[in-house]
Design a protein around this ligand. Sequence first.
Ligand code: MN
Length: 272
Amino acid sequence: MAQKPPTILVVNDDGIFSNGIYALAKALSALGTVVVVAPDRQQSAVGHALTVNAPLRVTPFHRDGTLFGYAVNGTPADCVKLAVNKLLPAPPDLVASGINHGANTAANILYSGTVSAATEGMLLGIPSMAVSVDTLNESFDCSAAAHYALHIARMLLSMDLPRGTFLNVNVPALPLDDIRGIRFTRQGSAYWRDTYVEMQDPQGHTVYWIKGQYIIPENEAPDADDIALRQGYVSVTPIRYQLTDEALLHSLRTRYAHVDLTVDTHRTNAQS
Ligand code: MN
């Protein structure tokens, strides 16, 4: 008996008009039914923000004369939540976010709207992946990244992904033939050294514009995401959202086991 083809929710943070989401939707349609629900504007670096003080509006978005998907005046996480809760008749089999212009390695994972859409899918119990290509050039051809996204989506649908984990995929900005294959990696320790450029607005007020320099430490782990990218490999990192430092939790409990942790001021206030 033939299995029902999977439903795939495609989302991004660069906006529904981006060529990256178009390449991803097109590639994944080989795998099943693709539904695109994405922000109606650029939402990069919004992280896991949710819209709570305003209503969300859903607008059909056409591309080349046909319906491509649904544009939402919200964040990437809004798009996933709304699609799963309201727009889709049943939860999708896969959430795929991207293809983002700009690598989402190391510290970028925290700021990224692309990654947060995958995080939201994972929180809702759906196998999820984020895909980014290592260039900020918005007209870069994403077909090689889309090719690998399809491959990894197949892998993801056939594996038993632990609940609470999703896949973060980063693809070098190279032609397909120059990409050396896939490496399974860890989140690296690269970071942004930020400065704020001071300038004048047209009214003469001082404003500040962030200007970051991305630093990959000299002693970066050889199996880090950025190292794989730099060597021409597709980096695939299993990412968990559980943030508790288990070792410190244990040592705090042990160290303070016999100490009265009642805050004195609270007691005196309660008695007075
Ligand atoms: Mn982006």
